[in-house]
Ligand binder design. Sequence first.
Ligand code: HEC
Length: 382
Amino acid sequence: MAASLETHWLQALIAALQGGQLALLHLLAALGLTESPYGQPAWPWPWRLSGENLLIDLGQARRAGIALIFGAAACLMLLAALLWRRARWYLIATTALVALAMPWPDPAAVLVPANPTSFHVAPSAVDAKSLVRGGWLYAQHCAACHGADLRGQGERAKSLAVWPPNLAGPLMWRRADGDLVWHVLHGVHDDRGHETMPGFHDTLSSDDAWALLDYLKVRAAGETLKSEGQWTMPVRVADTAVDCPRGARQLASWRGQRLRLYLPARPAAAAPMEDPRLVTVRVEPGAPPSPDGCVASAPEIAQTLAWVAGVNSPAGLQFIVDREGYLRARSSPDRATWSEGDLLCKSGGTAPTPAPPQDGLGALIARMDAEPVRFVKGGVVH
Ligand code: HEC
């Protein structure tokens, strides 16, 4: 998606809607006016403001933006009225006029049904072990309806009143994470209140639900890679323990630096050449620590990389992770060098300024840095 001016102000608008509601929620929590199920404050209303529809309807987006500015001006005037006694009635009258003149957006365009957990965020960063646990839980509780490949064709699907949706596409990114968690724990209901998907709060914890969502996103990324040849939605690499010559650390501790993860095609296969532009980590299940470099030996990280690459065995693959921890590029096992075409997670941002001639990896890195992942949940992706 082109990073035009339109995208920028829309992103700012969506971020303002989200930020304003979050601030209100935290204020309510601080005043003790709302409960905190699952350790985060609960949204007390059945509706909330959402930017999703504004992306489709620019006219409404403009109205919402203007309403927000008018609203902020009205709040300032009311505050001034409190402090400035002589002008009080004048300011209150002006505020009322502003409210009347305000171009209110259509409520249907900005109000969406909300759940108590709508604004909840993942309690911890994505971790390879919990992701694999998510995969196990999915096979136990969800695959019968949603299907092993997430496409909604499980053996129980045809007996249901509503067909399960395809979870292998963008759905997992379109919805707010907190709403998805609520649906997994408390089920999905149709307009008449009939249950269309059962809730799992008796059997699963909220941590389990978050692990399931992480798993679904990683699998969905792998499926879109298979069907469309790219990661159409951004995913972060899962965290895992890494043994380095100078001691143990977590993969996430390199956030801020670019990473290259490589999975040797055979045990003890030669490592790729070190490169000062990247931190190189070997991913090999069960491998002992090595004096030559950093090794991630948990089988779970190899499994999550297989899922995200949409393959059964990731042996021979390499991945590049950007400074923000997003998986951006994957090489093919039969090629030792990189090229710009290996970038699988693109944002279509500003084209890199023509750089002096460089190698394939340099071109790839230049493009990756020029197109950072700008991710707004429920809004403009990439
Ligand atoms: C009995 C069959 C069934 C089982 C078991 C089941 N689902 Fe569903 N699921 C559905 C159906 C049907 C829908 C669509 C409901 C609708 O749109 O009204 C759905 C919808 C969803 C959605 C989309 C929700 C949204 O916000 O649109 C997610 C995510 C999901 N299921 C995840 C799970 C997970 C995770 C599990 C296992 C813990 C699970 N489901 C188990 C049938 C099932």
